[in-house]
Design a protein around this ligand. Structure first.
Ligand code: SAH
Length: 370
């Protein structure tokens, strides 16, 4: 590319408000924002010359001041079950992964929000890799843009990607500056037009940012709970030491209360053999959830190199599910997808140049708040 990227404004990651402001700054009307959003996100266009309903003069002006930056696709792997994983290069040192999971009634794209992850959840392969940086808007949106293009999605046709989950690499709520605008783009009618029920932010439990969602973004929320008591959760999800269950649970209640529509929380619970899958854990979980409007999703553990955890037996998973259901808690078991190409939950590793020197120092979570 001969463009001087630094001097140009990148339009891929701008939400409607930002794009409108950009057009005002170059003396153009607000409706241009909607027009250009459609070209970029619905038609997958990255060259202003192809935006045929803009005048030649405006196209030239845009070419001089702006660009639509897209990442390099390093690889595309297809699983036997139809799952597709893309490895995308976002800078010279780092690659991130996005995964498309087709099902009968929907197609889910799982996207990354950070290069690596700082949270060190003991059962997650991304966490073992270290952390490099937050992804910027364009890098998060680009995952949807690339997937849409690769899957041949066309506007006005039935949506191939019907759901997006922030369950790839990273902790989206430690990067709210960039995940919130990108969630807005996913839901904008001029872009991908997904409903708020179909865009899910998954968090390990960054309590202040859960409250921020309630204030400024109407999306679905999933909480990676994984343990029904603090002692076990401290071990599995170390951010629990900063935001223990007595802080986390009230924040989930605050999220579902009020608002215009009826909300619930998806509770994710990875099933680790003899660690958190015993009948007493199910009982503790039932008590912990109490009357929280929620749906529990049990995730069979996906192994990765050097992990000491094992997947729970099918029996243990079903016994756990039955206990919850009998107590009136809605509970499903997530089907493992794409594990033959290391695309299943917790197996995403991308290529991360670790900057945290994980073995030498503890990451200061306070410094990472986005
Ligand atoms: N940081 C966010 C989003 C990324 S993880 C969060 O914690 O929610 C997405 C989901 O995959 C989480 O529920 C996570 O706990 C789960 N997961 C991580 N490692 C896993 C593994 N090895 N097997 C199964 N699920 C895993």
């Amino acid at each position: 590319m001969t463009d001087k990227i630094e001097e140009k404004v990148d339009l891929l990651g701008m939400d409607r408000a930002e794009l409108t402001e950009f057009f005002a700054s170059i003396g153009e009307k607000p409706f241009r924002a909607g027009q250009v959003m459609k070209w970029i996100h619905q038609f997958g266009v990255s060259d202003f010359e192809e935006m045929t309903n803009l005048s030649k003069a405006l196209r030239e002006k845009l070419s001089k001041t702006a660009l639509i930056r897209t990442p390099k696709i390093v690889s595309e792997q297809r699983s036997e079950d139809g799952t597709i994983k893309w490895l995308l290069e976002v800078d010279n040192h780092n690659c991130i992964e996005a995964v498309f999971i087709p099902e009968k009634s929907r197609g889910t794209l799982c996207i990354s929000s950070q290069v690596g992850c700082a949270l060190e959840c003991s059962f997650c392969s991304t966490g073992q890799q270290g952390f490099n940086r937050n992804l910027e808007n364009w890098e998060i949106v680009a995952q949807m843009w690339v997937a849409n293009k690769a899957l041949g999605c066309k506007p006005k046709e039935e949506r191939v990607i019907s759901n997006v989950v922030f369950m790839g690499m990273g902790e989206p709520l430690l990067n709210v500056t960039h995940t919130f605008p990108t969630a807005r783009i996913l839901m904008d009618d001029n872009a991908y037009g997904l409903s708020k029920r179909r865009v899910t932010i998954s968090t390990a439990g960054v309590v202040p940012a859960i409250d921020k969602i309630k204030e400024s973004l109407d999306v679905s929320l999933a909480i990676s709970l994984h343990a029904p008591n603090n002692a076990l959760r401290d071990e599995l999800v170390p951010i629990n030491k900063k935001y223990p269950l007595e802080k986390l649970m009230p924040s989930l209640h605050r999220y579902v209360e009020g608002g215009h529509s009826k909300k619930h929380v998806t509770v994710e619970y990875v099933m680790l053999d003899h660690v958190n899958d015993r009948p007493e854990h199910a009982q503790q979980l039932i008590e912990l959830l109490g009357d929280l409007p929620c749906k529990v999703n049990l995730i069979p553990f996906n192994p990765f190199p050097n992990t000491h955890y094992k997947r729970s037996s099918n029996n243990a998973v079903h016994r756990f599910q039955d206990a919850l259901m009998q107590a009136g808690v809605n509970c499903t078991v997530r089907r493992t997808r794409g594990d033959d190409i290391d695309a299943a939950c917790g197996q995403l590793a991308g290529k991360v140049k670790d900057r945290t020197k994980r073995t030498l120092q503890t990451v200061k979570l306070d410094k990472l708040h986005g």
